[in-house]
Design a protein around this ligand. Structure first.
Ligand code: 13P
Length: 341
């Protein structure tokens, strides 16, 4: 393992003004997104859609540091035969790959899951590296509900995240460590804070046990945020203040960067929260976005599967990328959204 090189990549992934595009929807998830815009989820349509994103010059050249791909996409070529990975590299962004194989029910723990995919991971990582991937992603899912999460679910997921991270570093790939505490329930922000704190502490404990070099990884956490069905919603300032307090308490400064998931927040909320956190600096790590839905909902709608809408889809993507790029420097204002509309 060359830690200097891993650290260089991790640092580039969270460079000021830039963030990560999570375009690694599994076949099931992208079908759901396509259903919503009336597009059939064929291999060609998935390719055309992602090619549209990766050819968005403004977004890719200026605001996107890296792209997380799904296995199908990393092997796909653009219409003109150029590998999609090459399009990403040509824009100056770093290609990455989702390597977990989704969740399975956790025995004896009703309602809870464990993320799987460690078997043969070492061999898969080798092939992904040869194809150009320089970072990877593994997502653990923790749900908040009556009597959950259990210590069992937190423990097995933290263990798997650390196993994955160690295998990545041995393969000279930067691991994005993503323990996602879902915002689906009716819990308030303080319950989210408490659960996320337990999850992060356990995750870093496992990372240490398994000798993962913190300097060569990126953390992808949720924000401290109330559940979507909570009667007690929180202001942008409260989310920012509690998230920064939580991360400062749980994430060592040796970690080069933190890149948030959007998790079901609206596009503008996700941007406003990141922006507000940068008003609370200086911060010990790079802090940016690694959004899926909050970057892609607008371009998906604008595109709607029609070749004549490609320019509109790219404009919508570039706008969201620019807004989040500004937020990653604390330079975003809501008036910039209205001007564009
Ligand atoms: P969202 O931003 O849509 O939550 O997706 C990010 C991601 O990669 C989840 O694993």
């Amino acid at each position: 393992m060359n830690l200097t090189e891993l650290n260089k990549i991790a640092t580039a992934m969270v460079a000021p003004g830039k963030g990560i595009l999570a375009a690694d929807e599994s076949s099931g998830t992208i079908k759901k997104r396509f259903d919503a815009i009336g597009v059939e989820s064929t291999e060609a349509n998935r390719r055309d859609y992602r090619e549209m994103l990766f050819r968005s010059k403004e977004a890719m050249n200026q605001y996107i540091s890296g792209v997380i791909l799904y296995d199908e996409t990393i092997w796909q070529d653009a219409k003109d035969g150029t590998p999609l990975v090459k399009l990403i590299e040509q824009s100056g962004a770093i290609p990455g790959i989702k390597v977990d194989e989704g969740t399975q029910a956790l025995p004896m723990c009703p309602g809870e899951t464990v993320t799987v995919g460690l078997d043969k991971l070492a061999e898969r990582l080798k092939k992904y590296y040869e194809r150009g991937a320089r970072f990877a992603k593994w997502r653990a899912v923790i749900d908040i509900g009556h009597g959950i999460p259990s210590m069992t679910a937190i423990g097995v997921n933290a263990h798997a995240l650390a196993r994955y991270a160690a295998l990545c570093q041995a393969a000279q790939i930067v691991p994005i460590v993503e323990p996602e505490v879902l915002m689906d329930g009716d819990h308030d922000i303080d319950r989210c804070y408490e659960v996320t704190s337990r999850v992060l502490n356990k995750t870093f404990q496992e990372l240490r046990v398994q000798r993962v070099a913190l300097e060569g990884m990126v953390l992808k956490p949720n924000m401290a945020i109330p559940g979507k069905k909570s009667p007690k919603q929180a202001s942008v300032e409260e989310v920012a203040e509690k998230t920064i307090r939580l991360l400062k308490a749980c994430v060592p400064a040796a970690v080069p960067g933190i890149a948030f998931l959007s998790g079901g927040q609206s596009d503008e909320e996700a941007t406003a929260h990141l922006n507000a956190m940068h008003k609370l600096g200086p911060l010990p790590w790079g802090l940016t976005f690694s959004y899926g839905r909050a970057l892609q909902a607008a371009p998906q709608k604008a595109w709607s599967g029609r070749p004549e809408n490609v320019a509109a889809g790219q404009a919508a993507f570039s706008h969201r990328a620019r807004m989040n790029g500004l937020a990653s420097r604390g330079e975003w204002q809501s008036s910039l959204e209205k001007k564009a509309a």
